[in-house]
Ligand binder design. Structure first.
Ligand code: CO
Length: 287
Protein backbone atom coordinates (compact mmCIF):
# COMPACT_ATOMS: atom_id res chain seq x y z
CA UNK A 1 0.00 0.00 0.00
CA UNK A 2 2.60 2.53 1.08
CA UNK A 3 4.79 1.94 -1.92
CA UNK A 4 1.81 2.35 -4.20
CA UNK A 5 0.52 5.59 -2.79
CA UNK A 6 3.66 7.38 -1.69
CA UNK A 7 6.09 7.88 -4.49
CA UNK A 8 6.63 11.46 -3.34
CA UNK A 9 8.99 13.49 -1.22
CA UNK A 10 6.24 13.55 1.37
CA UNK A 11 6.48 9.78 1.66
CA UNK A 12 10.17 10.00 2.52
CA UNK A 13 9.41 12.59 5.17
CA UNK A 14 6.77 10.25 6.60
CA UNK A 15 9.19 7.35 6.73
CA UNK A 16 11.77 9.37 8.63
CA UNK A 17 9.17 10.49 11.12
CA UNK A 18 9.27 8.29 14.25
CA UNK A 19 6.19 6.10 14.55
CA UNK A 20 3.72 6.96 17.28
CA UNK A 21 1.02 4.37 17.79
CA UNK A 22 -2.35 5.18 19.28
CA UNK A 23 -5.74 3.60 19.85
CA UNK A 24 -9.08 5.30 19.57
CA UNK A 25 -11.68 3.44 21.58
CA UNK A 26 -15.18 4.17 20.28
CA UNK A 27 -18.42 3.44 22.09
CA UNK A 28 -21.99 4.70 21.78
CA UNK A 29 -21.51 6.09 25.28
CA UNK A 30 -23.57 5.95 28.44
CA UNK A 31 -24.56 8.64 30.89
CA UNK A 32 -25.24 6.05 33.57
CA UNK A 33 -22.55 4.79 35.99
CA UNK A 34 -23.91 1.25 35.45
CA UNK A 35 -23.23 1.66 31.73
CA UNK A 36 -19.81 3.23 32.22
CA UNK A 37 -18.69 0.03 34.02
CA UNK A 38 -18.67 -1.97 30.76
CA UNK A 39 -16.95 0.83 28.84
CA UNK A 40 -14.21 1.04 31.48
CA UNK A 41 -13.82 -2.75 31.57
CA UNK A 42 -13.44 -2.91 27.78
CA UNK A 43 -10.94 -0.03 27.73
CA UNK A 44 -8.86 -1.72 30.43
CA UNK A 45 -8.87 -4.95 28.44
CA UNK A 46 -7.60 -3.05 25.37
CA UNK A 47 -4.93 -1.36 27.50
CA UNK A 48 -3.78 -4.74 28.88
CA UNK A 49 -3.48 -6.03 25.30
CA UNK A 50 -1.44 -2.96 24.26
CA UNK A 51 0.24 -1.86 27.52
CA UNK A 52 2.53 0.75 26.00
CA UNK A 53 0.03 2.36 23.65
CA UNK A 54 -1.95 5.48 24.46
CA UNK A 55 -5.74 5.08 24.29
CA UNK A 56 -8.18 7.88 23.57
CA UNK A 57 -11.94 7.60 23.94
CA UNK A 58 -14.71 8.79 21.64
CA UNK A 59 -18.48 8.40 21.89
CA UNK A 60 -20.92 8.45 19.00
CA UNK A 61 -24.09 9.53 20.80
CA UNK A 62 -24.38 13.32 20.69
CA UNK A 63 -27.23 13.22 23.21
CA UNK A 64 -24.98 11.44 25.72
CA UNK A 65 -21.99 13.70 24.99
CA UNK A 66 -24.16 16.78 25.57
CA UNK A 67 -25.56 15.30 28.77
CA UNK A 68 -22.09 14.45 30.12
CA UNK A 69 -20.81 17.93 29.30
CA UNK A 70 -23.77 19.63 30.95
CA UNK A 71 -24.20 17.45 34.02
CA UNK A 72 -20.69 16.21 34.76
CA UNK A 73 -18.55 18.74 32.98
CA UNK A 74 -16.99 15.78 31.17
CA UNK A 75 -15.99 16.38 27.56
CA UNK A 76 -15.88 13.33 25.29
CA UNK A 77 -15.11 13.85 21.60
CA UNK A 78 -16.90 12.24 18.69
CA UNK A 79 -14.65 10.00 16.51
CA UNK A 80 -13.85 12.54 13.77
CA UNK A 81 -12.76 15.19 16.30
CA UNK A 82 -10.76 12.69 18.37
CA UNK A 83 -8.94 11.46 15.24
CA UNK A 84 -8.23 15.01 14.05
CA UNK A 85 -6.67 15.78 17.44
CA UNK A 86 -4.57 12.59 17.30
CA UNK A 87 -3.33 13.47 13.81
CA UNK A 88 -2.46 16.98 14.97
CA UNK A 89 -0.57 15.55 17.96
CA UNK A 90 1.62 13.43 15.70
CA UNK A 91 0.17 9.95 16.04
CA UNK A 92 1.21 8.04 12.91
CA UNK A 93 -0.40 4.60 13.24
CA UNK A 94 -3.86 4.49 14.73
CA UNK A 95 -6.30 1.68 15.40
CA UNK A 96 -9.93 2.54 15.92
CA UNK A 97 -11.70 0.04 18.18
CA UNK A 98 -15.30 -0.58 17.23
CA UNK A 99 -17.36 -1.81 20.17
CA UNK A 100 -20.37 -2.44 17.93
CA UNK A 101 -22.09 -5.80 18.23
CA UNK A 102 -23.27 -5.99 14.60
CA UNK A 103 -22.17 -4.24 11.37
CA UNK A 104 -25.25 -2.01 11.24
CA UNK A 105 -25.79 1.66 10.46
CA UNK A 106 -23.72 2.94 13.41
CA UNK A 107 -20.72 0.84 12.38
CA UNK A 108 -21.04 2.10 8.81
CA UNK A 109 -21.01 5.70 10.07
CA UNK A 110 -17.73 5.00 11.91
CA UNK A 111 -16.33 3.26 8.82
CA UNK A 112 -17.07 6.39 6.77
CA UNK A 113 -15.12 8.56 9.24
CA UNK A 114 -12.14 6.17 9.18
CA UNK A 115 -12.28 5.98 5.36
CA UNK A 116 -12.05 9.77 5.24
CA UNK A 117 -8.79 9.69 7.20
CA UNK A 118 -7.47 6.86 5.00
CA UNK A 119 -8.15 8.97 1.95
CA UNK A 120 -6.18 11.89 3.39
CA UNK A 121 -3.12 9.68 3.61
CA UNK A 122 -3.59 8.19 0.17
CA UNK A 123 -3.81 11.70 -1.25
CA UNK A 124 -0.59 12.60 0.58
CA UNK A 125 -2.01 15.36 2.75
CA UNK A 126 -0.36 16.07 6.07
CA UNK A 127 -3.67 15.80 7.94
CA UNK A 128 -3.97 12.02 7.90
CA UNK A 129 -2.08 9.12 9.47
CA UNK A 130 0.59 6.84 8.08
CA UNK A 131 -1.88 4.04 8.75
CA UNK A 132 -5.35 3.78 10.24
CA UNK A 133 -7.24 0.56 10.95
CA UNK A 134 -10.77 -0.12 12.12
CA UNK A 135 -11.65 -3.30 13.99
CA UNK A 136 -14.76 -5.22 12.95
CA UNK A 137 -17.88 -5.58 15.11
CA UNK A 138 -18.27 -8.51 17.50
CA UNK A 139 -20.52 -10.40 15.07
CA UNK A 140 -19.03 -10.07 11.60
CA UNK A 141 -19.18 -13.64 10.27
CA UNK A 142 -20.56 -17.08 11.06
CA UNK A 143 -17.49 -18.06 13.04
CA UNK A 144 -18.04 -15.03 15.34
CA UNK A 145 -21.61 -16.15 16.05
CA UNK A 146 -20.38 -19.57 17.16
CA UNK A 147 -17.65 -18.06 19.33
CA UNK A 148 -19.99 -15.59 21.03
CA UNK A 149 -22.55 -18.36 21.62
CA UNK A 150 -19.84 -20.41 23.35
CA UNK A 151 -18.94 -17.50 25.63
CA UNK A 152 -22.60 -16.86 26.48
CA UNK A 153 -23.22 -20.55 27.18
CA UNK A 154 -20.31 -20.52 29.60
CA UNK A 155 -21.38 -17.20 31.19
CA UNK A 156 -24.98 -18.27 31.81
CA UNK A 157 -24.34 -21.98 32.50
CA UNK A 158 -25.84 -21.86 36.02
CA UNK A 159 -28.97 -19.95 34.98
CA UNK A 160 -29.57 -22.35 32.06
CA UNK A 161 -29.67 -25.40 34.35
CA UNK A 162 -33.20 -24.93 35.64
CA UNK A 163 -34.56 -21.90 33.84
CA UNK A 164 -34.70 -19.88 30.66
CA UNK A 165 -32.11 -17.23 29.84
CA UNK A 166 -33.49 -14.44 27.68
CA UNK A 167 -30.75 -12.27 26.22
CA UNK A 168 -31.90 -8.96 24.84
CA UNK A 169 -29.90 -7.16 22.17
CA UNK A 170 -30.50 -3.73 20.75
CA UNK A 171 -31.79 -4.72 17.32
CA UNK A 172 -32.12 -2.50 14.28
CA UNK A 173 -34.04 -1.90 11.04
CA UNK A 174 -30.70 -2.53 9.23
CA UNK A 175 -30.18 -5.91 7.53
CA UNK A 176 -27.40 -6.68 10.03
CA UNK A 177 -30.28 -7.44 12.45
CA UNK A 178 -30.21 -10.90 10.82
CA UNK A 179 -27.07 -11.68 12.86
CA UNK A 180 -29.32 -11.95 15.93
CA UNK A 181 -31.57 -14.56 14.30
CA UNK A 182 -28.45 -16.54 13.44
CA UNK A 183 -27.26 -16.17 17.04
CA UNK A 184 -30.61 -17.50 18.35
CA UNK A 185 -30.24 -20.56 16.11
CA UNK A 186 -26.73 -21.26 17.41
CA UNK A 187 -27.75 -20.58 21.03
CA UNK A 188 -30.49 -23.22 20.69
CA UNK A 189 -27.83 -25.71 19.64
CA UNK A 190 -26.11 -24.98 22.97
CA UNK A 191 -29.26 -25.12 25.11
CA UNK A 192 -33.02 -25.22 24.40
CA UNK A 193 -33.35 -22.83 27.38
CA UNK A 194 -31.58 -19.98 25.56
CA UNK A 195 -33.72 -17.24 24.02
CA UNK A 196 -32.75 -14.10 22.14
CA UNK A 197 -34.81 -10.95 21.82
CA UNK A 198 -34.15 -7.30 21.01
CA UNK A 199 -35.69 -3.93 21.85
CA UNK A 200 -35.80 -3.06 18.09
CA UNK A 201 -35.90 -5.14 14.90
CA UNK A 202 -37.48 -8.54 14.26
CA UNK A 203 -36.54 -10.28 17.53
CA UNK A 204 -39.60 -8.96 19.33
CA UNK A 205 -40.89 -9.64 22.83
CA UNK A 206 -43.95 -11.42 21.37
CA UNK A 207 -41.69 -13.83 19.47
CA UNK A 208 -39.68 -14.65 22.58
CA UNK A 209 -42.84 -15.13 24.64
CA UNK A 210 -44.33 -17.49 22.03
CA UNK A 211 -41.11 -19.54 22.09
CA UNK A 212 -40.99 -19.54 25.92
CA UNK A 213 -44.58 -20.78 26.10
CA UNK A 214 -43.59 -23.91 24.17
CA UNK A 215 -41.43 -24.91 27.15
CA UNK A 216 -42.27 -25.86 30.72
CA UNK A 217 -39.78 -23.36 32.14
CA UNK A 218 -41.05 -21.05 34.88
CA UNK A 219 -37.83 -19.26 35.89
CA UNK A 220 -36.43 -16.64 33.52
CA UNK A 221 -33.17 -14.70 33.69
CA UNK A 222 -33.26 -11.54 31.57
CA UNK A 223 -29.94 -9.94 30.61
CA UNK A 224 -28.84 -7.35 28.04
CA UNK A 225 -26.86 -8.53 25.00
CA UNK A 226 -25.58 -5.01 24.44
CA UNK A 227 -22.10 -3.67 25.11
CA UNK A 228 -23.27 -1.82 28.22
CA UNK A 229 -25.98 -2.42 30.77
CA UNK A 230 -27.19 1.16 30.54
CA UNK A 231 -30.51 2.81 29.89
CA UNK A 232 -32.12 -0.09 27.98
CA UNK A 233 -31.03 -2.60 30.63
CA UNK A 234 -32.27 -0.46 33.52
CA UNK A 235 -35.59 0.52 31.95
CA UNK A 236 -36.77 -1.55 28.94
CA UNK A 237 -35.36 -4.86 30.18
CA UNK A 238 -35.16 -4.98 33.98
CA UNK A 239 -37.16 -1.88 34.94
CA UNK A 240 -40.38 -1.76 36.97
CA UNK A 241 -42.43 0.06 34.31
CA UNK A 242 -45.37 -2.09 33.17
CA UNK A 243 -43.92 -2.50 29.65
CA UNK A 244 -40.41 -3.70 30.62
CA UNK A 245 -39.48 -7.27 29.67
CA UNK A 246 -39.30 -8.09 33.37
CA UNK A 247 -42.81 -6.76 34.10
CA UNK A 248 -44.37 -8.34 30.99
CA UNK A 249 -42.87 -11.77 31.73
CA UNK A 250 -43.80 -11.48 35.42
CA UNK A 251 -47.40 -10.75 34.38
CA UNK A 252 -47.27 -14.00 32.36
CA UNK A 253 -46.48 -15.87 35.57
CA UNK A 254 -42.72 -16.26 35.18
CA UNK A 255 -40.28 -15.78 38.04
CA UNK A 256 -37.97 -13.19 36.51
CA UNK A 257 -34.43 -12.32 37.60
CA UNK A 258 -32.72 -9.43 35.78
CA UNK A 259 -28.93 -9.66 35.38
CA UNK A 260 -27.81 -6.20 34.33
CA UNK A 261 -24.40 -7.09 32.93
CA UNK A 262 -23.19 -5.60 29.64
CA UNK A 263 -21.33 -7.75 27.11
CA UNK A 264 -18.31 -5.52 27.70
CA UNK A 265 -18.11 -6.79 31.28
CA UNK A 266 -17.71 -10.43 30.18
CA UNK A 267 -14.06 -11.48 29.90
CA UNK A 268 -14.67 -13.90 27.03
CA UNK A 269 -16.37 -11.13 25.06
CA UNK A 270 -13.47 -8.75 25.76
CA UNK A 271 -11.13 -11.37 24.31
CA UNK A 272 -13.21 -11.59 21.12
CA UNK A 273 -13.05 -7.82 20.69
CA UNK A 274 -9.27 -7.80 21.26
CA UNK A 275 -8.85 -10.47 18.58
CA UNK A 276 -10.81 -8.27 16.17
CA UNK A 277 -8.49 -5.40 17.00
CA UNK A 278 -5.30 -7.43 16.46
CA UNK A 279 -6.66 -8.77 13.18
CA UNK A 280 -7.51 -5.31 11.88
CA UNK A 281 -4.30 -3.61 13.00
CA UNK A 282 -2.14 -6.35 11.48
CA UNK A 283 1.38 -5.38 10.49
CA UNK A 284 0.99 -1.75 11.58
CA UNK A 285 0.45 -2.56 15.27
CA UNK A 286 3.20 -1.80 17.80
CA UNK A 287 5.81 -4.56 17.81
CO1 CO B 1 -31.37 2.40 21.86
Amino acid sequence: MIAVFCGTAFAQAQEEQPRKHGILFVAFGSSMPEGQVAIDAMESAVQRAYPGTEIRTAFTSRIIMRKLAKEENRIVDEPAIALAKMAYEGFTDVAVVSTHVIPGAEYQDLEAVVDGFKLMHERGTKAGFHSIALSKPLLSDGHDIERLAQVLEHTYADDLKDGAVVLIGHGTHHFADAAYSALQTVLWQKSPNFFFGAVEGVMTYDNVLANLKRTKLRKVTVAPAMLVAGDHAANDIGGDEPDSWKSLLTAEGYKVTPKPRGLGEIEGVQRLYIEKLREAWGENQPK
